[in-house]
Ligand binder design. Structure first.
Ligand code: NAD
Length: 423
């Protein structure tokens, strides 16, 4: 392997990148060496290997992870990802980002994440259920309403959360709705949760336009990823007046400089099972989509999509990170030099965990709120966090990412200091 390849692999290891982002904030905050050691590593990591009965007979082994980065401010919180390319380092990074995200929006959670190395498209529905239930049982030593609360992430859904909730409840002998969020409404899910992350992306995109002195109306947008986060973001941003010119999923994207009618696109997707071939568009690859002549880019798929390789060619002036970790630290440096504003993931996609917090609170109280109240509280929290991030970024003349980290890391550091080190 060439040394350039090694450098590039290191630059795209999400865990090393997450630690690098933390180090940047720790230096400005002048955290003590001991506190840095505590916060730059994960608290607990559980690796499980487990068998699943396959429909055709026989067993297949799977590997999964549940990582808690920090639980100083409250129970660990974070989604579960089913993906063939996930690994422990990715899950550790995602867990650390959850800690900062919860602290930034000031909800009383620490950070966690889970993952199973699997392409769920290769499994039947029954196999997926058996895998989910066995994984839930394997990680039940960590999860619980007071300790660690999973939620959906890439390739996991409300149905999968229902299976997890049911498995944990069966093992407990009574229903434990507050053990997961993002559940269906029938079993204690929250109004507004399925759309919360995309709603949050839209709220912060509007705030960012105001900060940059631009009007969302007529502002053009490309969205990478058309799952929960990408499709809801595209839909709600269009409703807010943005012109969505391009969207993509794992198979590739579509582009029209005149904008896409989101209702018609949703109908086309329901009819054909995908976005490809939507009339009046030309197809673009996922890497081309990132470099289109649009005003705003919303990466809403996976990590490392914007790296040193393509950051110099991005034409958008604003990037709103729907995905976790879509921009590498090397790319951040290039984007900052080019005057491109990045609204960091720990704020831009925090709508999901914020409404997950509301769901958990509602489950614990067995008292449920209306969607209007949920959306209103969500908007208030995100706008407050946006203002606090900008205040830090402006007073230290740094990027918005560093501004967000300064708010978040300080909150966790202060909580750690005030609790003291046990024993
Ligand atoms: P999802 O599984 O619903 O959708 C993922 C989308 O990305 C799909 O459209 C898929 O086709 C596409 N995709 C996958 N690989 C791709 C690639 N290489 N290039 C382009 N597109 C690709 O997942 P999601 O819940 O929407 O999560 C997307 C991102 O948002 C992840 O980074 C996740 O961690 C983050 N996130 C999700 C939530 C949530 O509430 N679901 C909350 C916060 C952050």
């Amino acid at each position: 392997m060439t040394s350039a390849a090694v450098v590039s692999m290191e630059a795209e290891n999400p865990w090393l990148n997450a630690q690098r982002q933390f180090d940047n904030a720790a230096a400005i905050l002048d955290l003590s060496p001991g506190l840095r050691e505590v916060l730059r590593d994960v608290r607990r990591e559980l690796v499980v290997r487990f068998p699943v009965k396959m429909d055709a007979g026989g067993l297949r082994m799977f590997e999964g992870y549940r990582v808690q980065h920090n639980v100083t401010r409250g129970p660990a919180k974070g989604g579960i990802r089913f993906h063939a390319a996930t690994d422990l380092d990715e899950v550790k990074a995602l867990a650390m980002w959850m800690t900062w995200k919860c602290a930034l929006v000031n909800i009383p959670f620490g950070g966690a994440k889970g993952g199973v190395v699997v392409d769920p498209a290769e499994l039947s529905h029954r196999e997926l259920e058996r895998l989910t239930r066995r994984f839930a049982s394997e990680i039940s030593v960590l999860v619980g309403p007071e300790s660690d609360i999973p939620a959906p992430d890439v390739n996991t859904s409300g149905e999968i959360m229902a299976w997890i909730m049911d498995t944990i409840s069966m093992e407990a002998g009574y229903s434990v709705p507050a053990v997961v969020t993002g559940k269906p409404l029938d079993i204690g899910g929250s109004e507004g949760r399925p759309t919360a992350t995309g709603r949050g992306v839209t709220i912060v995109a509007i705030e960012a336009c105001h900060r940059l002195g631009t009007d969302p109306h007529g502002t053009t947008v490309a969205v990478q990823g058309f799952g929960n986060v990408g499709s809801v973001s595209a839909h709600l941003m269009a409703k807010a007046g943005f012109t969505i010119c391009a969207v993509s999923d794992v198979t590739g994207g579509i582009y029209s400089e005149h904008g896409l009618d989101m209702d018609e696109l949703m109908a086309h997707r329901t009819r054909t099972g995908g976005i490809a071939g939507f009339p009046g568009t030309r197809s673009v690859s996922n890497s081309e989509l990132l470099e289109l002549p649009v005003d705003v880019l919303v990466p809403a798929a996976l990590e490392n999509q914007i790296s040193a390789r393509n950051a110099g060619r991005i034409q958008a002036r604003l990037i709103v990170e729907g995905a976790n970790g879509p921009t590498t630290p090397d790319a951040d440096v290039i984007l900052e030099k080019r005057g491109i504003t990045v609204v960091p993931d720990i704020l831009a996609n925090a709508g999901g965990v914020t409404v997950s917090y509301f769901e958990w609170v509602q489950d614990l109280q067995s008292l449920f709120w209306e969607e209007g109240e949920i959306n209103e509280r969500l908007e208030r929290i995100l706008r407050r966090a946006f203002a606090q991030m900008c205040e830090q970024a402006d007073s230290h003349s740094t990027s918005l990412r560093l501004g967000a980290y300064l708010v978040a890391v300080k909150r966790v550091a202060d909580a750690t200091a005030v609790r003291g080190i046990y024993p």
